[in-house]
Design a protein around this ligand. Structure first.
Ligand SMILES: Cc1cc2nc3c(=O)[nH]c(=O)nc-3n(C[C@H](O)[C@H](O)[C@H](O)COP(=O)(O)O)c2cc1C
Length: 261
């Protein structure tokens, strides 16, 4: 049985975002192979980050707030697949989801959702769904997930433009199938270019900033990642590793300066 967690930033359990997620969920056949859990962040106690950086400098437990964030993070770690979902609120993710992302910033420095297949879903009335879904993908893959697609839906067009509706239906078929196959495949697949890039970026950052953030470096080192090609043994495409080496060499200076996040 594979467990899929939907991390929902929507305040409306039967709203547009969850309907889009359900459309993907319907593609998961045979359904008895998959177990679904919906985490509606608006049901949880998630305080806004106060910027003390205790979680980054020490660890997640050092956060002065003892609320639901760490428990949710533990659940995510146990998932075989994760859907990150949010409506567009004022051209961005919802406040509750942003609070969760801010509070788990340490998990970008010290990734713990390694290799978990994920997708991002966002809905909007008019615009920004793609940008919001892409933003969620950057966060998810920085935490270590394997991004399998992005579903962005404009409700106005969906309801008024049959051509657009058909396109969304095709997107749902495509992303749903890709995600389903990936969940069945498991957490130790050969990395995509994006996974490799995030791995190298955060690894380089941990090594370069080892004096400022020794816990980050120790985490990467103790996991055996400070010198490894990837989180686990995997086949890495030669072109991917060459391109990434060049990119990282270029980015190193910027990481050192601290201008690139
Ligand atoms: C507070 C708020 C802000 C919103 N901001 C935008 C926006 O900036 N652009 C947009 O096109 N739609 C915006 N919307 C519309 C929602 O993104 C859209 O209706 C979405 O599909 C709602 O998803 P839900 O049913 O899961 O809540 C906003 C809605 C709310 C409640």
């Amino acid at each position: 049985m594979k467990k899929i967690i939907v991390l929902s930033g929507s305040a409306r359990k039967k709203g547009n975002t969850m309907k889009s997620v359900e459309a993907i969920q319907k593609k998961f056949e045979p359904s008895d192979q998959f177990e679904w859990e919906h985490i509606y962040l608006y049901d949880y106690n998630i305080k806004g980050c106060i910027g003390c950086k205790a979680c980054i400098i020490k660890d997640g437990n050092a956060c002065p707030f003892k609320d639901d964030v760490l428990g949710i993070m533990e659940k995510l770690k146990s998932a075989d697949g994760i859907i990150f979902a949010s409506p567009v609120y004022s051209r961005a993710v919802t406040g509750q989801l942003k609070n969760f992302i801010d509070r788990t910033n340490y998990a970008l420095h010290r990734p713990s959702l390694i290799g978990i297949p994920s997708i991002s879903v966002s809905t909007t009335d008019i615009g920004m769904a793609k940008k919001v879904a892409n933003y969620l993908t950057v966060i998810a893959s920085s935490m270590g997930t394997r991004n399998e697609g992005v579903l962005a839906v404009r409700m106005g067009s969906l309801n008024n433009n049959p051509k657009y509706r058909k396109k969304v239906e095709r997107d749902i078929d495509k992303i749903g199938e890709k995600f389903r196959v990936s969940v069945l495949e498991g957490k130790k697949q050969n990395p995509t270019f994006e996974q490799l890039l995030r791995f190298n970026f955060w690894r380089t950052r941990a090594v370069i900033s080892r004096e400022k953030y020794p816990n980050d470096y120790n985490y990467w080192n103790e996991n055996g990642w400070a010198d490894s090609e990837y989180y686990y043994d995997a086949k890495i495409k030669f072109v991917h590793s060459m391109v990434i080496k060049l990119l990282i060499r270029k980015l190193e200076g910027k990481i050192r300066e601290g201008v690139l996040y």
